[in-house]
Unconditional design. Sequence first.
Length: 259
Amino acid sequence: MSVRQRVTTVFLGRQTPFRWLLPTVLLLSSFPVAAQEKTYLVALIAHSPPLSYTDQAGKFTGFNVEMATEICATMKIRCTQQPLSIDKIVDMVAADQVDFAVVGFVATPERRTRVLFSKDYYQSMSVWLAKPALTTGHAGSAVAVIRGSAQAAHAQSMGWKTVQVTTQKEIASLLASGEADATVLPMLNALAMAQENLTQHLNLKSTILSGPLVTGTLHMVISPKQAELVERINAALDQIKRDGRFDRLNTKFVPFSLM
């Protein structure tokens, strides 16, 4: 009898010949080790009420923030939210530094060369927000805009004098101090701006703007290296709108319909 035939081991409380145990060992070793679940990095604007902001309790919340949570839950993926300034988001998505952004962007031809877009997310309009005496594009007016936004691009295309900042908070301070005479913002953000403590006394008047950069459908942006996410995000959006979650969040954060 060979050495292999004589070797035995204790298995299930009894003496089991090695030749019987070997197939079991080989079978167990053939099972693949479960791959570690991917965590997706989701970009959001750090401060853009009512879409994203930190509330008085210190919680990061808003329509887009809660939509991001619902989208990840619907796709059954693990996500980490990354608050950023809007001027960094497209660059970071294009470089695959974040997987996708739950932020509404106009799908301009230039952006389409760099990132992928979801289906329509919601409708948007932009407004000129200023003291009542200042008409739209008033000559010599200093117009505060958020760097990297469609509204900043529109103001520049109109030849307006702009003061570019990173966050909406800075615009409120500029208007309150008189360093800016007006601002151009998406209607949602303009509504929140007019209600801030710093600006309420200014009695700001809004005028709806027109143009391809400041009105129309908005879309989420997705890394070009994560193309498989486009169909999954679109399906998640459809499901969230179909089962009423979109409407519930719309009502919770915005006083009018986004669709």
